[in-house]
Design a protein around this ligand. Structure first.
Ligand SMILES: NC(=O)C1=CN([C@@H]2O[C@H](COP(=O)(O)OP(=O)(O)OC[C@H]3O[C@@H](n4cnc5c(N)ncnc54)[C@H](O)[C@@H]3O)[C@@H](O)[C@H]2O)C=CC1
Ligand SMILES: CCCCCC(=O)CC\C=C/C=C/C=C/[C@@H](O)[C@@H](O)CCCC(=O)O
Length: 251
């Protein structure tokens, strides 16, 4: 039994919900948020039935809204006294709404990470883990969704940079990324109007194949259990489950 307190953003459905269930199965307590209040409440009811009323809590929050996000995070601390694991998962893919894509996929991930770091460095027990959900699109170019791809590269750059920082090391805070290829959730549905080149997108998705969410959860748990995960980016595809090798210039 793990017994940690975790926060997961955008967990009313999809990968966020799958990560929440995996954490609950390990014996963690989870507070999750989503902008979709109806789906969030329904998921909360289902999870409470399976894992107990006190172990899981849904709170509505749009991570784009700074005050709402701050308030959500503070309410988690009020309820559970601490946060040990922060999973910045909420994300969208819509090239027609590229500013919103950057706001949710990158700016809010930065905000969520900073909220978690500030709390984790001040708490008496010290330490914590931040898991930022990037994508395979965070380590390679994807021509049909450049803004989405930029947001996911940004998540990795931000996380790897903080991971090097002595202040995080001193406070035993680790920051790591998860980089899935296509998984069977709503984000990959109805994408024709949201990408540059729907035919190409469909072709690439077919070529890569679709993962079930369980496979992504397996990679998520592997990262959680790995003491040496700081500053790393775990790729998960139908064929690969391994850390990406970065070729940083040696000056
Ligand atoms: N499914 C896939 O193929 C892949 C997904 N990812 C990433 O995984 C993460 C989760 O996506 P999925 O579960 O696949 O998609 P999804 O669309 O099923 O779930 C995303 C969730 O985020 C919530 N959300 C969206 N905007 C929000 C906001 N402003 N504030 C709070 N919640 C918000 C949605 O309501 C939804 O519940 C995203 O960051 C996505 O980019 C990465 C690689 C592959
Ligand atoms: C519709 C995207 C929804 C978001 C889901 C993801 O984050 C998954 C992205 C994962 C992998 C994408 C890989 C794309 C690879 C291609 O760019 C590459 O195979 C080259 C194809 C040729 C071309 O783009 O010109």
């Amino acid at each position: 039994m793990s017994g940690k307190v975790a926060v997961v953003t955008g967990a009313a459905r999809g990968l966020g919900r799958a990560f929440t269930e995996a954490l609950l199965k390990r014996g963690d307590k989870v507070c999750f948020c989503d902008v979709d209040v109806q789906q969030g409440k329904q998921t909360e009811n289902e999870l409470k039935k399976n894992f107990g009323d006190d172990n899981v809590q849904f709170l509505p929050c749009d991570v784009r809204k700074d005050e709402e996000f701050k308030d959500f995070f503070n309410r988690v601390i009020q309820k559970y006294n601490t946060v040990d694991i922060m999973v910045n998962n909420a994300g969208i893919m819509n090239e027609n709404q590229w500013r919103t894509t950057i706001d949710i996929n990158l700016t809010a991930v930065i905000h969520g990470s900073l909220l978690a770091m500030n709390h984790m460095k001040n708490k008496s027990t010290g330490g914590g883990l931040i898991v930022n959900v990037s994508s395979l699109a965070g380590v390679m170019p994807v021509s049909f969704c450049p803004a989405y791809t930029a947001s996911k590269h940004g998540v990795i750059a931000f996380s790897r940079s903080w991971a090097l920082h002595p202040e995080l090391k001193k406070n035993r805070i680790k920051i790591t990324c998860l980089c899935p290829s296509f998984a069977d959730t709503d984000i990959i549905k109805g994408t024709d109007d949201k990408v540059h080149g729907p035919k190409l997108a469909r072709m690439v998705m077919k070529q890569y194949g679709l993962m079930v969410t369980d496979r992504v959860t397996e990679a998520f748990l592997r990262v959680l259990d790995d003491a040496d995960n700081n500053g790393k980016a775990m790729m998960v595809t139908p064929k690969i489950m391994d850390y990406h090798t970065f070729h940083d210039p040696k000056l």
